[in-house]
Design a protein around this ligand. Structure first.
Ligand SMILES: [Zn+2]
Length: 260
């Protein structure tokens, strides 16, 4: 009787184990599906880089692996004219800064990535979309670029291309007075950037502070690889374009020296 009972329990365990295995298997399949998409994306990128025929001298040097680090190019001050140079040397991610606003009653004005403008002609209104893209490797490299086109996607591609071509190197550090680590999690000192009427000041912050900045600037700082920073902004901040540009200008200054 007890033997039978044990057998039954054993059986139950076996069944649940079987179920568990099935669950794990399912999860594995789900995971590989996601990984597959990622792999395909990687492969696409790889293929694009392999099939790339460089047109500039700098491009050829990168393709021939004579240049292995983007910093070599940025330090020498040579101009990047092909986005594939950045693609092959840096693993960049991109994001769009909301510079436009949707139309509508009751407030409207919601932030959108696309700014829509119109040109009037005899045939009617011709819309143009513009957008501001930011690219970065989350490790000290950042670029922003503007793109305009008759449709949204080409505008985005143009903006991302511009952002890649304009990539800059920034210095990071930790010099907040109440943080004594050696990690590169903030700006090395207080820096200021200007664009139009907008002024952005970035101030070193201790670990765990997070990004104390306007939402749209978080995207830029995150892609630059900065985790903690305080900020002050002056001027008409609703002009997000100037705000973003001023932020990048401030980051650029990390290569020079701080302000008091
Ligand atoms: Zn620190």
């Amino acid at each position: 009787m007890t033997e039978a009972k044990t057998k039954k329990i054993d059986n139950a365990e076996e069944i649940s184990e079987e179920l568990l295995e099935k669950e794990i298997e399912k999860e594995l399949i789900a995971e590989t599906r996601e990984q597959r998409i990622e792999r395909e994306r990687e492969a696409d990128k790889e293929r694009e880089i392999t099939s790339w025929v460089p047109k500039t001298k700098l491009g050829k040097e990168v393709k021939d692996k004579k240049i292995k680090n983007i910093d070599e190019i940025l330090d020498s001050g040579r101009k990047i004219l092909e986005e594939q140079i950045v693609d092959s040397l840096l693993g960049v991610k991109s994001d769009l800064i909301s510079i436009g606003q949707s139309k509508g009653k009751f407030g409207g004005g919601k932030r959108r990535a696309w700014r829509q403008t119109q040109r009037k002609t005899q045939e009617g209104n011709i819309p143009t979309f513009s957008t501001l893209a930011v690219v970065g490797d989350e490790n000290g490299h950042i670029g922003i670029g503007m793109g305009k086109a008759k449709e949204t996607l080409p505008a985005r591609d143009k903006a991302i291309r511009q952002a890649k071509l304009g990539v800059i190197k920034i210095r990071r550090g930790c010099s907040s007075f109440d943080c004594a680590c050696t990690e590169l999690h903030s700006v090395p000192f207080k820096v200021e950037g200007k664009s139009g009427s907008v002024r952005v000041i970035l101030i070193p912050a201790p670990q765990g502070t997070g990004l104390v900045v306007a939402n749209e600037l978080k995207k830029i700082l995150k892609l630059a690889g900065i985790k903690d920073v305080y900020s002050k902004t002056f001027g008409k901040q609703r002009t997000t374009f100037n705000l973003a540009k001023a932020c990048v200008e401030a980051l650029k200054k990390t290569n020079k020296g701080g302000i008091k």
